[in-house]
Design a protein. Structure first.
Ligand code: NOJ
Length: 751
């Protein structure tokens, strides 16, 4: 390079790179002017440097997929890798950041990503558990807590929220989402994005959100992870896409592709998803990253003959960053030289990556997230533990409580039995990020002892989670015989849900069901507390025990929260966000099914030629939206402001809810709508509103909802999105079985 051009570069660098003064800790960059700064930087970059910005490698600090290579540090220093995931702590990210800043020619800082799904170190309940709280404010608060901790540990980017609709509990990843329903999925997606990103990405308490997995990953055939997906465009748009879109509308700056193919095209090579829908229809201007080695997987998918081909397909489909696969690193240069990828396509990808680095403020202060002091204050702070506790207490779902088995009296003698009662690790669930079992201060057993006193509590494990060893049965039975009540803490091990953790048998594993039967046969009141990351098939157990409490994997403060519920210090208010089937053969089962042309009427059980099973009812064991409280809520009839909704107007519906029991409590009041006749078949019911209200014992609260044409829109016969005139039924109640109803008509819709 001649001197002149060298000087020119130095002048440009002065414009785009931080001055010493700007580098001071705490400085932030306003988002304006970012595209100009990105463009000036881009002009300085060689082809290799550009490609480096599209590369994301894992560090050795955590393993979240197949490990392909060593030497990520060399790749950073040589500028071949501009982004890292699975590295954290202020100290370690600083060390890696220094390599990028000091050892590469342009000193462009690294972006650090990690799967901070339900907390960084202060783990809240797994995401499906959080969704069962139906508490949007608290879910947002929990995401903000995760963001604050992650950012204090050097991270800029979380691979969350996972917004895939989950209707098949065999698929282990339902544990990471918000359940089966698009409406609730939208609301929770928005809350999580707001929590992670806040209003200002340059704020050091926020991190980039990553909406995943685009798209329809939750519909993997037969509930087997990474499997193929095929569905109509109507179902895709109506059920699966809305939550991704809502997250993007809420400002999510990154999107992750999914592993599955959709209608024959793998998502990572799918320009219909990544360009037509994401960019053109939704106006997304952020960055698209693949899932782990998803470009490489275009080869086994059978749409690319080799890595080169796979890289070209992905880049052309609109993928900006290659996670771990190394395909862009190894093949993009050649693809550009051959003209198979245009420089403009690469430039766009690099622009999308660099823009984020400017938005986060790391171009001006690369070390602003590596702050050991802040890390010490933030991680597992008392405030964070309190948020995790609240979230856990509000996520638990009481599914049965006969004979007032719960709450337990502090002076009752209890026998605690089960392999999950004294486990720290299982409380944390899958995707524990940087969470550590030793950060759990109390297991469920510890916290029960704290509530009931050691003189009133005995413990035996009884059996393992997943072996056929019954050696512990005898001691458990002995202890149960001596107790007033038995608390069994059973379920699935933390690793039985999450990624690559699918099951076809959704019963309690191992000999747990047998132990439950032996204990319930003693005739003592039995409370079954269970951990799970999915809906399970627990019909027999639900019939034989007196009380049933689903606690998911409740997080680092889960032991305390669960015991406080058992002893009545907290009143459960969680509601299922996923239907519990009676058996696996009913799957997929969800509340918003279509009626069919031959609906089965349970009052005419002898009817043949109806849509039904011979061996099991159509109805689930526990419906979507279901969950009990220690108190009782009574609903009045619904009042409606007008039985005709004229297009462009709105109507008000309300219901009065009375707490007629003996405890103050919270109720999730749910509103569903049935569109009786339309140009295409419509679900029997769709959630269109909910409110979580606190009602003290003896009090009555009026709960209002507004309904307008927007709530009634769907993909019509011609695939336009809109409402149609007609008759509708509104149901309001405490779960999706609600029958308390009122009708109205919609008129005047312009087609
Ligand atoms: C694969 C998972 O599908 C994805 O959700 C996760 O973010 C990445 N691995 C990175 O760990």
């Amino acid at each position: 390079m001649n001197r002149l051009s060298y000087l020119f570069i130095l002048m440009l660098l002065a414009v785009i790179m931080p001055s010493e003064a700007k580098k001071k800790k705490g400085s932030s960059v306003a988002p304006k002017g970012i595209s100009e700064r990105v463009d000036s930087l881009l002009q300085l970059m060689t082809l290799e440097e550009k490609i480096g910005q599209t590369v994301l490698f894992t560090s050795r600090w955590d393993v979240t997929g197949p490990v392909l290579r060593d030497g990520e540090e060399d790749a950073i220093k040589s500028g071949q890798c501009g982004n890292i995931f699975n590295a954290h702590t202020a100290e370690y990210t600083r060390k890696l950041q220094k390599m990028a800043v000091e050892e590469t020619r342009l000193g462009i800082p690294l972006l650090f990503g990690y799967d901070v799904i339900h907390g960084h170190q202060t783990l809240a309940p797994i995401s499906l558990g959080e969704s069962a709280s139906w508490d949007l404010e608290l879910i947002e608060k929990s995401a903000r807590m995760a963001a604050r901790e992650a950012a204090a540990c050097g991270l800029h980017w979380t691979f969350a929220p996972m917004v895939d609709i989950g209707r098949d509990p065999r698929w282990g990843r339902v544990s990471e989402g918000a359940g089966e329903d698009p409406y609730l999925g939208i609301e929770i997606a928005k809350a999580r994005v707001k929590g992670f990103q806040g209003d200002d990405l340059a704020d050091k308490e926020t991190v980039l959100a990553c909406v995943k997995h685009m798209a329809a990953y939750g519909a993997a055939q037969a509930g087997r992870d990474y499997n193929s997906v095929d569905m109509s465009e109507r179902v895709l748009r109506e059920t699966y896409l809305p939550a991704y879109k809502a997250a993007i509308d809420a400002g999510a700056r990154t999107v992750m592709t999914s592993f599955n193919d959709l209608d024959g095209v793998p998502a990572t090579a799918n320009s219909f998803l990544l360009k037509d829908i994401l960019r053109d229809e939704w106006g997304f201007d952020g960055m698209v990253v693949t899932d782990y080695t998803a470009i490489n997987e275009l080869i086994p998918h059978g749409v690319a003959k080799d890595e080169y081909d796979a890289g070209v397909l992905a880049m052309k489909a609109g993928v900006d960053m290659d996670m771990e696969g190394g395909i862009y690193m190894d093949h993009l240069k050649k693809a550009i030289e051959n003209g198979d990828v245009a420089m403009e396509e690469l430039d766009n990808a690099v622009r999308n990556v660099l823009a984020l680095k400017f938005e986060l403020g790391i171009m001006d202060d690369p070390y602003r997230y590596c702050d050991e002091e802040r890390e010490k204050e933030e991680v597992l702070s008392a405030q964070n533990r309190e948020t995790a506790y609240q979230m856990a207490a509000k996520s638990c779902v009481l599914l049965k409580n006969d004979n007032s088995a719960l709450p337990i009296n502090a002076n009752e003698k209890v026998a605690v039995i089960g392999p999950l009662a004294n486990s720290k690790r299982d409380l944390l669930g899958s995707w524990k990020a940087a969470g550590k079992p030793q950060s759990v201060q109390a297991t469920i057993l510890d916290a029960i002892i704290k509530n009931g006193g050691s003189e009133n509590v005995t413990f035996s494990k009884g059996c393992d989670i997943n072996t056929d060893n019954k050696a512990g049965f005898a001691k458990a039975i002995e202890q149960a015989k001596k107790a007033d009540k038995v608390i069994m803490v059973m379920g699935e091990k933390w690793s039985m849900s999450g990624e690559a953790a699918c099951r076809t048998n959704l019963d309690f594993p191992g000999v747990q069901p047998e132990l439950i039967q032996e204990i319930t046969a003693l005739g003592k009141p039995v409370v079954l507390v269970f951990m799970t990351g999915r809906a399970m098939t627990i019909q027999k157990e639900s019939e034989s025990v007196d009380a049933l409490l689903n606690v998911w994997y409740p997080g680092v403060e889960g032991g305390r929260a669960v015991a406080d519920i058992l002893y009545g210090k907290e009143n459960p208010s969680g509601k299922l966000t996923m239907t519990f089937p009676r058996n696996v053969g009913q799957i997929p089962i969800f509340y918003s099914y279509k009626r069919t042309g031959r609906p089965f009427d349970p009052s005419k059980p002898k009817d043949t030629y109806k849509s039904r099973y011979l061996d099991v009812q159509n109805t689930p064991l526990f419906p979507f939206g279901y969950g009990l409280s220690y108190t009782q809520f009574e609903y009045s009839d619904i009042t409606i402001s007008n039985s005709e909704l004229v297009s462009g107007n709105s109507i008000e519906v309300s219901v009065s809810v009375t707490n007629s029991g003996n405890y103050d409590g919270e109720e999730v009041v749910q509103l569903y709508i049935w569109d009786q006749v339309a140009s295409v078949t419509r679900p029997v019911k769709e959630l269109k509103g909910f409110k979580k209200v606190k009602i003290n014992k003896g009090d009555t609260q009026k709960v209002n909802f507004t309904i307008n044409e927007e709530d009634l829109k769907f993909y019509r016969k011609d695939m336009t999105f809109g409402a149609e005139d007609g008759q509708f039924t509104i149901y309001i109640g405490s779960d999706s079985d609600a029958s308390n109803s009122v009708e109205f008509s919609l008129t005047g819709v312009k087609l």
